[in-house]
Design a protein around this ligand. Structure first.
Ligand SMILES: [Zn+2]
Length: 581
């Protein structure tokens, strides 16, 4: 208790009176000119004045485009990042397979419009891994507004060959607040004062067993199976978002309902990319304003027809996923076998170009190593960048990598790590702020055993950036109090760039969890929100033009400094106590 309050006080005090309190960073008119040979000064100069981060991101998002895991674009991004870093002088750049993941999917052609009682085009997008329509599909539209099984019975025999609107109408409200925000003093102070997070942090759906939730889940499962059984030709969902922004993820696969669906021994979810996934109905998302209009037309007694043409291509040859890995070798004979890692994830959803999620993190990570390489800084430890894939389906690429190189938690009953937090799997709700997504609960299970791999004791630290385009404002400490003093010192040269907050809290939903989960020091930076939740995260507007160039430069510069500092100190970063037995 005392420690907790004490830590919060220190953080608060530092934030409010940083100069007077610790005097680590001489400031003000008396300050001597920065030493141009100081590596951090040089990193700042290169990163802020000769940045290439936007070129990197433009190629990744504009030229390569959306990067759904296992798609041809994904493979191209893996190879392009590998080759680009090789060109920059990094060593040992290669792809590392993980998996098997499942089938690749790419969109070949798509159009959707209403044709009766009048013609109008729709703002719409197919869901990922949806089957195609085998040529243009022209059919009557049914508004399926059943709220329970009784309602559902009304639709028996009514859906065959029809285009079915499966979601209720949703009210659209005017927006009086700006969609983009930066963290203000109040928000940063709340982060700095966040209490020590609860240990283990495996809450999530395990606790969500209230009867309403289970009844809803059960109805959803029945509904999805009903559409298949009744022979619907296409399913239409209404989009979250408005004003032309639509959010699109995976196609839904009917799951066998189990009351334990969100518990510790839940049956494995069937994914639309599974090699042996059952045949499903084609699926798309329509902008809420168009969706509501069609529903109202039907309610007014109109017979509405739609024409949808969806052509997709499947890739079944190679079911593996790949991470790109490259290194700047360490120079200290004693420390060069130790590692500092950094990364972000290359895979994205398919309706935008994955610019903020997470082309931004990939470009920032690549730029950080480019800065260090270009300046000829010789890190004592080896710096290893890993660009992940399969993140959107549940941190799959980083989890596999960590299990292979560093270790895993193994429970005797399941002989497997409990499912990790997922950034975008169908089972998870949308991300809300810093708490990310929940982790499936293992419930009161016996403590798992930590199985260490050879590199477990060699990792000094891992740094991740995956909360969009916003600049870095500080670091989530993941409950690792012992690291606060060090990070405070490392942030000091970047106070003028807005980065000075340390929060004891956890953040979820990004690849640092794969490291943190087995007790390795893995960190995600605190970033400004910008338009992440309101506009870009998993939407058709996750595109290059929503990227803020100055934020990207700042983030890459700070990432480079943190990685470099970690590579240079005598000791590895302090760790929390290891989980498991
Ligand atoms: Zn995501």
């Amino acid at each position: 208790m005392f420690r907790r309050q004490f830590a919060a006080l220190i953080l608060l005090f530092t934030l409010l009176a940083p100069f007077a309190a610790f005097g680590q960073q001489p400031q003000g008119p008396q300050q001597p000119a920065p030493d141009p040979n100081d590596p951090i000064v040089r990193i700042k100069d290169e990163g802020m004045n000769r940045s290439q981060v936007m070129q990197t991101l433009s190629y990744l998002s504009d030229v390569i485009g959306p990067r759904l895991t296992a798609s041809p674009n994904m493979k191209r991004a893996c190879e392009w990042t590998r080759d680009t870093m090789t060109k920059w002088g990094l060593q040992n750049a290669h792809l590392e397979a993980w998996g098997p993941f499942g089938r690749g999917w790419s969109l070949k052609r798509f159009s959707a419009q209403v044709t009766d009682p009048q013609d109008f085009p729709l703002i719409a997008y197919p869901k990922a891994w949806s089957p195609g329509t085998s040529g243009p599909l022209s059919a009557e539209v049914v508004y399926f507004d059943a709220k329970n099984e009784e309602d559902m019975a009304r639709f028996q025999g009514q859906l065959k060959g029809k285009i079915v609107m499966t979601a209720p109408m949703r009210e659209v409200k005017a927006r009086f607040e700006a969609p983009g925000t930066r963290r203000d003093e109040k928000n940063l102070l709340a982060l700095a004062n966040a209490p020590m997070p609860r240990p283990a942090g495996r809450g999530g759906f395990g606790g969500n067993r209230n009867p309403d939730f289970l009844a809803q889940a059960q109805f959803a499962a029945k509904k999805n199976q009903f559409f298949v059984d009744e022979g619907a030709a296409l399913l239409v969902d209404s989009s979250r978002g408005d004003g032309g922004t639509i959010f699109v993820q995976s196609a839904t696969v009917p799951q066998p309902f189990s009351p334990n669906a969100f518990g510790p021994n839940a049956p494995r979810r069937i994914n639309p990319y599974d090699k042996d996934a059952p045949k499903i109905v084609p699926q798309m998302v329509v902008a809420v304003e168009h969706y509501n209009r069609i529903a109202r037309m039907i309610q007014a007694g109109e017979k509405v027809k739609m024409e949808v043409n969806l052509a997709v291509e499947w890739q079944d040859q190679d079911l593996s996923g790949y991470n790109t890995v490259a290194e700047i070798p360490g120079s200290d004979p004693q420390l060069k076998d130790e590692l500092v890692m950094l990364g972000g994830h290359m895979d994205s959803w398919h309706s935008g170009t994955g610019a903020t999620d997470n082309g931004a993190g990939v470009a920032v990570g690549m730029e950080a190593v480019r800065i260090i390489q270009t300046l000829g800084l010789k890190p004592r430890r080896t710096i290893r960048i890993a660009l992940w894939t399969g993140e959107e389906e549940g941190l799959l690429g980083s989890r596999a990598y960590v299990a292979q190189h560093f270790g895993r938690l193994e429970t005797s009953t399941t002989a497997a790590t409990p499912p990790a937090a997922s950034d975008g799997a169908t089972a998870t709700p949308r991300r809300g702020g810093s708490d990310g997504n929940a982790v499936a609960s293992p419930g009161p299970a016996p403590a798992p055993a930590l199985i260490k791999m050879p590199e477990y004791d060699k990792l000094a630290g891992y740094f991740n950036l995956d909360n969009g385009t916003g600049k870095i404002r500080g670091v989530y400490l993941q409950g690792n109090e012992s690291i606060a003093g060090l990070f405070r010192q490392w942030l000091a040269p970047f106070r003028d760039l807005g980065a000075e907050t340390l929060s004891l809290s956890n953040t979820g939903g990004t690849d640092h969890l794969s490291f943190d989960g087995i007790g390795l020091p893995g960190f995600q930076f605190i970033q400004d929100e910008i338009e992440y939740d309101s506009r870009t995260h998993h939407s058709n507007m996750d595109v290059f033009d929503r990227i803020q160039a100055d934020d990207m430069k700042q983030a890459a510069t700070i990432m480079a400094a943190f990685v470099y500092n970690t590579a240079m100190r005598d000791d590895k970063l302090p760790r929390k106590s290891a989980p498991g037995r």
